[in-house]
Design a protein around this ligand. Structure first.
Ligand SMILES: CC(C)(COP(=O)(O)OP(=O)(O)OC[C@H]1O[C@@H](n2cnc3c(N)ncnc32)[C@H](O)[C@@H]1OP(=O)(O)O)[C@@H](O)C(=O)NCCC(=O)NCCS
Length: 153
């Protein structure tokens, strides 16, 4: 990592993010483990942060899916999945910029309700982006403690 090296955020094909997803979110597992159901859906949007040399250092996926806790909400539901920043780049605003791109995408699509099943260590990250917790926390036996979070856009 070069100090103060810059990055840009843009929409990318989901396949471009599998390596980072597998490394950060699947404990270095195979690329296959980084896929999630519906990844290839026509409305799915994937955004990534890229270094000047094109290396991918952050990613997020946006999926059309209603929030289970807010079925009466009038806005269209969008679920955030596959949110990850390369180790060594965290705490430098990469995640915030990638998440902002996802929220801008929802705004451009007419707005709605954005939600995610957040790993509890990432809850403050989402809270800074305006997300609120909803429902009881739970433990995923493979991944650990989670909490659902949401915000309107
Ligand atoms: C959660 C995650 C995606 C956040 O990405 P990130 O690039 O570190 O995010 P940011 O840098 O925008 O913000 C992270 C923290 O750094 C701080 N920060 C933001 N910009 C900063 C900067 N320029 N300099 C110093 N700190 C900064 C933020 O205040 C934030 O603090 P918090 O953790 O107390 O909320 C990243 O930590 C990650 O990949 N974690 C492992 C996988 C994971 O848990 N993913 C989420 C699944 S739900």
């Amino acid at each position: 990592m070069i100090p103060n090296e810059r990055f840009t955020v843009r929409r990318v094909p989901v396949e471009d993010t599998y390596a980072l997803r597998a490394k950060v979110l699947r404990n270095g597992g195979p690329l296959e483990a980084a896929r999630v159901p519906g990844d290839d859906g026509p409305e799915v949007a994937t955004y990534a942060a890229l270094k000047v040399d094109g290396g991918l250092i952050g990613c997020v996926g946006l999926f059309p899916e209603p929030c289970p806790d807010l079925p009466e909400h009038p806005g269209k539901g969008w679920r955030i999945r596959g949110m990850a920043t390369e180790d060594g780049w965290r705490g430098r605003g990469v995640g915030a910029e990638v998440l902002k791109a996802a929220l801008d995408h929802v705004a451009a699509e007419g707005g709605g309700l954005v939600w995610c099943n957040a790993r509890t260590p990432a809850a403050t990250f989402y809270a800074r982006a305006g997300f609120a917790e909803i429902g009881e926390r739970w433990d995923d036996p493979e991944i650990g403690p989670h909490v659902r979070m949401w915000r309107a856009v």
